[in-house]
Design a protein around this ligand. Structure first.
Ligand code: RIB
Length: 282
């Protein structure tokens, strides 16, 4: 009998091991690999070009059958190296590029951005600030355009200093919220933070300043990582189907490997999860 030259091993390069969001994605990826009889080699890139490139080489040498790459940054050198690899690949969090022969699995962040703002507006909140994540982050850019769509549709704009570019960790949210909330005479009534870690940082800043959430300040996040339901107040947020993003990416990759039809792009819908951190201002 012919011996298959498949290793039944998949590789994954993931953005950041520091953020629980990615741990939940990995859970989905790993569970599905296990169910389908594949082993998984996991590499953490911290979204650093040099690490991504070096892991790409390592994974190629390990003769993996296919690759899942999670990155919201379209780092030119890395994407070139990736396209040059004759390896079935599924991208997550990325922005599809013209001419790419790669499947992309994402949440519809434009819709998510819109849902967050529409929820605030429905509570009668119009003085809204945004913690936008990094500008070179594809998901954040989409969240921003969805948020701006919703504001514009309501005839509202956004004060320039109420739109703060941040990284995506707790300390970034904490720092940015202190900037936003420093002047008691000119405070927003709500902050839309582009991920839950940023929102957690905002909650802490509000507590530092003796501001009651949601009475004096509403906070809405994005992702719905597990801890967000257990905070006090529990975080209102936009839920990404995080685990399903992981399983879907592996399903698409296996479809590619088996030659069954697969879509070029899959967008999973986010949805609003109403908890206790948003309320109509007094
Ligand atoms: O919390 C991490 C964020 O970065 C998520 O919203 C995800 O989409 C990733 O890009």
């Amino acid at each position: 009998a012919l011996k298959s030259n498949r290793s039944r091993t998949l590789g994954m390069i993931v953005t950041s091991a520091h953020n629980p969001f990615f741990a939940e994605v990995i859970r989905g990826v790993e569970d599905r690999c296990y169910q389908a009889g594949y082993s998984l080699i996991l590499c953490n890139s911290d979204d650093i070009d040099a690490k991504q490139l070096s892991y790409l080489e390592t994974l190629r040498d390990r003769r993996i059958d296919g690759l899942v790459v999670m990155t919201a940054k379209n780092g030119a050198g890395f994407l070139e190296a990736l396209s040059a690899l004759p390896l079935p690949t599924v991208m997550m969090d990325a922005e599809p590029q013209p001419g790419w022969d790669m499947t992309v699995v994402n949440d519809d962040s434009r819709l998510g951005g819109r849902l967050a703002i529409e929820h605030l507006l429905a509570q009668g909140i119009e003085r809204i600030a945004l913690l936008t994540g990094p500008r070179d982050h594809a998901r954040s850019r989409e969240r921003l355009s969805g948020a701006l769509d919703a504001l514009h549709a309501a005839g509202l704009g956004l004060a320039e200093d109420w739109q703060i570019e941040t990284q995506l960790m707790l300390a970034d949210g904490h720092r940015a919220a202190h900037l936003l909330l420093a002047d008691p005479a000119d405070r927003p009534d709500a902050i839309f933070a582009f991920n839950d870690l940023l929102a957690l940082g905002c909650l802490r800043a509000a507590r530092d300043l003796g501001l009651e959430v949601p009475k004096q300040l509403s906070i809405i996040g994005y992702d719905d990582i597990e801890i967000s339901a257990y905070l006090s107040p529990a975080l209102t947020t936009i839920r990404q189907p995080i685990y399903a993003l992981g399983t879907t990416a592996v399903d698409q990759l296996i479809a590619r490997l088996e030659g069954t039809p697969f879509p070029g792009q899959t967008q999973l819908a986010p949805r609003l999860v109403e908890r206790d951190s948003v309320a109509r201002p007094d």
